[in-house]
Design a protein around this ligand. Sequence first.
Ligand SMILES: *Cc1c(COP(=O)(O)O)cnc(C)c1O
Length: 352
Amino acid sequence: MASSQHDDLVDLRSDTVTAPTEGMRAAMARAEVGDDVYAEDPTCRALEERVAGMLGKEAALFTATGSLANLLGVRALVSPGSEVLCESRAHIARAELGAHAAIFGVTTRTWAHPRGLIDLDAVHSLLAPDAGPYFVSTAAVSIENTHNFGGGSVQPLDSMRKLREIVAPVGVGVHLDGARLWNASAATGITPGEYAEFADTASVCLSKGLGAPVGSLVAGTAAQIEEARVWRKRLGGGWRQAGVLAAAGLYALDHHVQRVTEDHAHARLLAERLAQTAPGIVDPATAETNIVVLDLAAAGVGPDAGEVASRAREAGVLVSVLGPRALRLVTHLDVDEAGCRRAADVLAAALS
Ligand SMILES: *Cc1c(COP(=O)(O)O)cnc(C)c1O
């Protein structure tokens, strides 16, 4: 199925740009449906049960977006006026338009890590579970795996285990933003359930590397998810015959999970080619999954990120500008190895 873009365009802005395949569209067309607000959509139920099982949680809720899944997952752990700790470039802190604060009164403090990883010492010093009548109390820590703006980095399982050991005894929860948990799992062989074991609530996306047009889930205890269902409806996120979308998600879980390793190989290829052209722009060893962040300053590249992106666009390659001196490339289902080789050539020229 052709995407809306012209044929030879290589779109590396995000793994959200994929169009559903013929097989996925056929599965959507066949989906059995019912009214999901009445909890009568069998395909939504099947998807929720399957993902809850994969994450080792009692229940899961299908949502339109990963932002909504994170909003509901954090809300389950943090009451208004309390805080969630996270890394400084976490999606919940940077890319959800302040929803956690604007809607649920959640405040945030952050630690910074160049790759977005857990810093146990920083968590130790930030953690304030019972801060009394003056300071904000910490109710949860949120971890992103893989970390998007950290360059698709994988959180070490041992750090997640230790984090849980630090926070659980003082009554602080852990939310796992697992929009790309499939990628982490493919890179390490550690199952999504093994990662989610060290979190109370966890979100996953179907519309990133897995190629579904829409959809995420949030998982947790039966009680948390029952309440999340109420809040989803209250926020206007109840939906009716959503089984057509859940069918795309089930199809993605059947057919598109294993293949993310191809995206990882393509990201590695891009990182290696660009590191040769512009030494310092990226360490290929850090291209662990499907995201490559380019540091133009470290490589002493002349033009700024916006200029490089517009030169690349003229040559049919789309990339994201993360900042004045940073670009992001994301590989996915709709770019093949030849496309990545062409993108590497175009970017090499655009950087000089
Ligand atoms: C994309 C993404 C989300 C969710 O994004 P939506 O666009 O709301 O679906 C959440 N967390 C991370 C790390 C992401 O990359």
